[in-house]
Design a protein around this ligand. Structure first.
Ligand SMILES: Cc1cc2nc3c(=O)[nH]c(=O)nc-3n(C[C@H](O)[C@H](O)[C@H](O)COP(=O)(O)OP(=O)(O)OC[C@H]3O[C@@H](n4cnc5c(N)ncnc54)[C@H](O)[C@@H]3O)c2cc1C
Length: 416
């Protein structure tokens, strides 16, 4: 394991004695799904000296993933931060604008600028390809263009000590169990890489909420290239997705992509960190990343969460505590989840004034710290009595707060 020295972002989380003991014990793992969560799981388990087989249904050479191209906490990805590996722009900040509507007469209701010390706008297909190549060099059996069927997935637990479900949403676990009805709703998003003049925006990344239960973004990759996109929650889908995408681009002064260049994604919501669903002790199967429902429910950001869930899983494997994964994952993510879930209420309730106030209040915190250390955001809010009074007076926000603290989130309870 000489390739994995203490400078490795996963290895550096472990103390040397734990690492040594884990490497002596060894083990075998099947990781199903070879995007960010799966690559991180394969990486971390291989660093522990495990025999790891990684199954990815697409080929890395042809993988077209220009969703999820802004990566925060990039230090957790063990690749040089160079364009050759897909890291094309390190934006100093993410600018978030809240508008009262999605017409030309919209008014800016609030603004947050979130510095980003360790974030990159990427060509994600290149990042994934580079990471998969690194893993293959380090002894992971990378089986690309290999789609695991439901029957094969169920059998993996008889062949391997650990099965990692990193298949995104809907997860392979829910398909194999016949529980895809556990998802509580969905988002639809369109995006495309476009060429044009982004010199006024570059290098900052730009996200906007236009009070239609969704968001739009422009992530510049250079002064002349960017990924632009738009997403909607289920109850608020436009009749014509592409026409709405075009209108958003025009409104925001972005180049309009060709219809053929626009990717459409449907993203189910849930099962949202439910500890009962992230680990199956009988089959020793763990869900990580989107399969575990850990993406941020407000921003949609899920890559650093995906990597974190995989590293956490492997850390617990190293410590001989893998059975504690559901509670540990829940503990690690719950505050971020609560903040996101409550703030999303302002969007769903059509209150850009509240959302704008929240953005103003938390502006200036590092984009990753808002997620990892939501207490900072909560304490900023606590210093705004007028905003707090508005939040407290709003029934949606109140009920979301209760739901979030009662863990009554975005999944259907089993048997419900
Ligand atoms: C439009 C859009 C924009 C987004 N923007 C951002 C952003 O800017 N920043 C951010 O942090 N997050 C963003 N997200 C969220 C982010 O993309 C996800 O949270 C992240 O991709 C989760 O990674 P994952 O590895 O868990 O799952 P996925 O990326 O969904 O990967 C799952 C992998 O499993 C493979 N797979 C599935 N089934 C099988 C099978 N049966 N056999 C073998 N392989 C299989 C798939 O081919 C895929 O490679 C965005 C999401 C969308 C949809």
């Amino acid at each position: 394991m000489s390739d994995f020295d203490e400078s490795d972002p996963f290895v550096s989380r472990l103390d040397p004695a734990t690492l040594r003991a884990a490497r002596e014990r060894g083990g075998s793992a099947a990781v199903v799904g070879g995007a960010m969560a799966g690559l991180a799981a394969a990486h971390a388990l291989r660093a522990l000296g495990w025999e790891v087989t990684l199954y990815e249904r697409q080929s890395y050479a042809n993988k077209r993933v220009n969703c999820g191209e802004a990566m925060t906490d990039a230090g957790s990805i063990p690749l040089p931060k160079e364009p050759a590996h897909g890291f094309v722009n390190g934006p100093p900040a993410f600018e978030v604008d809240i508008y009262t509507g999605d017409t030309d007469s919209r008014i800016l209701a609030g603004r947050g600028v979130f510095p980003s010390e360790d974030a990159y706008v990427t060509d994600r297909n290149l990042v994934e390809r580079s990471w998969a190549e690194l893993l293959a060099e380090r002894g992971v059996d990378v089986r690309e263009s290999t789609s695991v069927t439901k029957a094969e997935f169920r059998d993996l637990s008889t062949e391997f000590d650990l099965v990692v479900d990193a298949t995104g949403q809907p997860s392979m676990t829910s398909k194999a169990e016949g529980t895809t009805d556990e998802y509580a709703g969905r988002m639809t998003a369109l995006n495309a890489d476009v060429e044009g003049d982004f010199s006024d925006r570059y290098p900052n990344a730009h996200i906007l909420f236009e009070n239609y239960l969704g968001y739009a973004w422009a992530f510049p990759k250079s002064e002349t290239r960017a990924n632009v996109g738009i997403g909607w929650a289920q109850g608020n889908l436009p009749e014509d997705y592409y026409a709405s995408f075009v209108a958003a681009c025009e409104r925001n002064g972005w180049p309009v992509p060709d219809r053929s260049a626009a990717n459409v994604y449907t993203i189910p919501r849930g099962p949202s960190l439910d500890p009962a669903r992230t680990w199956d002790s009988e089959t020793r199967t763990a869900r990580v990343g989107d399969a575990a429902g850990v993406a941020n429910r407000f921003t949609g950001k899920g890559i650093s969460q995906a990597v974190e869930s995989s590293y956490l899983l492997a850390e617990l494997v190293a410590e001989g505590r893998v059975g504690e994964y559901p509670e540990e994952l829940y503990d690690r993510m719950k505050n971020e989840y609560r903040l996101a879930y409550v703030v999303r209420g302002a969007l769903e309730d059509g209150r850009p004034d509240i959302l704008g106030g929240v953005m103003d209040a938390v502006s200036g915190i590092d984009v990753e710290s808002v997620d990892r250390d939501p207490k900072r955001a909560f304490s900023r809010l606590a210093r705004r009595p007028l905003l707090l009074a508005k939040l407290a007076a709003n029934p949606t926000m109140r009920s979301r707060l209760v739901d979030a603290y009662a863990d009554d989130w975005e999944f259907r309870r089993r048997g419900a």
